[in-house]
Design a protein around this ligand. Structure first.
Ligand code: ZN
Length: 56
């Protein structure tokens, strides 16, 4: 099982063997949505939260 460091909570997020780049996965902490940006080595970034209002 691959795993990557969560940039939000510094925890480990597990990647499924079938996970591909660009896939959205959920961190276990607060249900943070993460996007897989690299697979070797595995790296994830926080996905944009569409429901939040960035205009403020
Ligand atoms: Zn996290």
């Amino acid at each position: 099982m691959k795993s990557a460091d969560c940039p939000v909570c510094d925890g480990l997020v597990e990647l499924d063997e079938k996970t591909v780049t660009g896939e959205l996965i959920e961190c276990r902490d607060y249900g943070t949505e993460l996007e897989v940006v690299e697979l070797d080595p595995p790296k994830v970034e926080e996905a944009p939260q569409e429901e939040e209002d960035w205009g403020q």
